[in-house]
Design a protein around this ligand. Structure first.
Ligand SMILES: [Zn+2]
Ligand SMILES: [Zn+2]
Length: 258
């Protein structure tokens, strides 16, 4: 009798015998990843429950001041829900149609493993599972590492810290922060209060936007004499980051004297 073999759906390098669709090594990876996801989900749930308490009215979880609320992004709870959906779909392909909660599914995982490793799309699901862990882990990572402030949480106004390479962070209020997006927004906010210009560009900008006539040489003198203490040189090309308020009030005082 000829035994039918196919390449493993995950690694592609090992041949597997029906009814398996994953090789022995990848089945082991599957078991480990399910275990890892269970651990991650339980931690994420703790974080999200804690966050819900923090976010209740009167608990100080609301934004301070007049900053416009940014569009709400993903929450820890959303990530739990999305992962649960995926797990239910995954179990569904082994004939479980009742869509149990993630806690029950992951508790049941060791028993279900042989069916999962024979499923027709087991390779797809193993990849999905690894990605699910990778999405959750930055949010529950408590290892100390060098993080710097990248901006403030759009929902509660707390400072958000991120290390190099981190793409998602979880705020204490439960908001999931997209690091790249927040960095871009922080740069926008900075541009509302600062302008990066040469002294000539600054002179032009004061004329165009405020009708104030200040020669470029005067702007240069201010900078040289420290009259614009909040303005800083940017690079070596003669550009400065001008503090808008400081520069405009200086220019107004100057044009009154003329
Ligand atoms: Zn394999
Ligand atoms: Zn927050």
């Amino acid at each position: 009798m000829i035994i039918q073999t196919e390449p493993c759906q995950h690694c592609g390098s090992q041949q597997v015998e029906a009814p398996w669709t994953l090789c022995r090594d990848c089945r082991r990876v599957y078991a480990k990843t399910l275990h890892r996801l269970r651990h991650d989900m339980m931690l994420l749930q703790q974080v999200s429950l804690h966050a819900y308490k923090l976010g209740e009215p009167g608990a100080g979880g609301k934004p301070q001041g007049g900053a416009a609320p940014a569009p709400i992004n993903l929450h820890a709870q959303d990530m739990l829900d999305q992962t649960e959906d995926g797990l239910q779909d995954m179990w569904n392909e082994t004939g479980v149609e009742s869509r149990p909660r993630w806690q029950a599914l992951l508790r049941d995982a060791p028993r279900r493993l042989p069916d999962l490793c024979r499923a027709s799309r087991s390779g797809h699901w193993l990849t999905w599972l690894i990605h699910a862990c990778e999405r959750i882990e930055p949010l529950i990572d408590r290892r100390p590492r060098t993080r710097r402030i990248i901006g403030v949480c759009p929902e509660c106004g707390r400072e958000v810290l991120a290390a190099k390479g981190e793409t998602l962070r979880l705020c204490k209020c439960g908001a999931v922060i997209d690091v790249a997006k927040l960095k871009a927004e922080a740069a926008d906010t900075l541009n509302r209060y600062h302008k990066t210009l040469t002294p000539t560009g600054c002179s032009q900008w004061l004329r165009d936007d405020y009708g104030l006539d200040v020669p470029a040489m005067t702007v240069k003198n201010w900078l040289r004499r420290g009259k614009l203490p909040s303005s800083k040189p940017v690079g070596d090309d003669g550009y400065y980051e001008f503090d808008i308020r400081e520069t405009v009030s200086m220019a107004m005082a100057y044009s009154r004297r003329q």
